[in-house]
Design a binder for this molecule. Structure first.
Ligand code: FES
Length: 158
C-alpha cells in the first residue's frame, strides 16, 4: 500500500464527504473516485479508511477484491473481455489467450505504449450474443478472432 499523499486531496475529500455517511458507502465511493480520476490510487486508501472508520487493510482488501476497480491509470482504450460462464462456453477462453499473446500483456495490464488496457469482466448482460466484450464503453457481441482483430485495429486509428 502506498504511503504518499494523494495528489488531488480536495476532490477526494469532496467525494468522501458525499459517501461517508451512506450505509455501505465504500463501494459507491470507490466508483466515484474511479469516475473522477480514472482509477483508485492506493494513496487514497488512508484518507478513505480514516473517514469511514475502517482499517487501511479493510479498505485495501475491498479495493483489491473487486475487478471493477482499476488501481493504475488506464490506457487510451479499455478493452474488457467477458470471462463469465456463457461467454466461456462460447469460446472467450481462447480469445483471452489470443489477446494476451497479441498484446503481450496480461489482464489488468496496459500495453507499454499506453494504447490498450485489457480487463476481465464477469458478464456484460449480453449473454445472448456471447462471447462479448466492451471497448471504451461500447458493447460488442458474437466475437471471434476476426472481429476482435477489427476492434484492436480500431484502437490504432483512434
Ligand atoms: S456471460 Fe458474458 S455477457 Fe453474460
Amino acid at each position: 500500500m502506498a504511503d504518499r499523499p494523494f495528489a488531488e486531496a480536495e476532490t477526494l475529500d469532496r467525494l468522501i464527504a458525499a459517501h461517508r455517511d451512506q450505509p455501505g458507502g465504500l463501494l459507491p465511493l470507490f466508483h466515484a473516485v474511479q469516475e473522477a480520476f480514472g482509477y483508485v490510487d492506493d494513496a487514497a486508501v488512508p484518507a478513505i479508511a480514516k473517514a469511514l472508520s475502517l482499517s487501511r487493510a479493510e479498505v485495501h482488501g475491498v479495493l483489491t477484491f473487486y475487478h471493477d476497480f482499476r488501481r493504475q491509470p488506464a490506457g487510451r482504450h479499455v478493452l474488457r473481455l467477458c470471462r463469465a460462464e456463457s461467454c466461456q462456453s462460447m469460446g472467450s477462453g481462447a480469445l483471452a489467450e489470443g489477446l494476451k499473446r497479441q498484446l503481450g500483456i496480461d489482464f489488468g495490464d496496459t500495453t507499454p505504449d499506453g494504447r490498450i488496457t485489457l480487463e476481465s469482466v464477469y458478464c456484460l448482460g449480453n449473454c445472448a450474443l456471447s462471447p462479448a466484450a466492451m471497448l471504451d464503453g461500447h458493447l460488442h457481441g458474437r466475437l471471434d478472432q476476426h472481429r476482435l482483430d477489427g476492434l484492436l485495429a480500431a484502437t490504432e486509428r483512434l
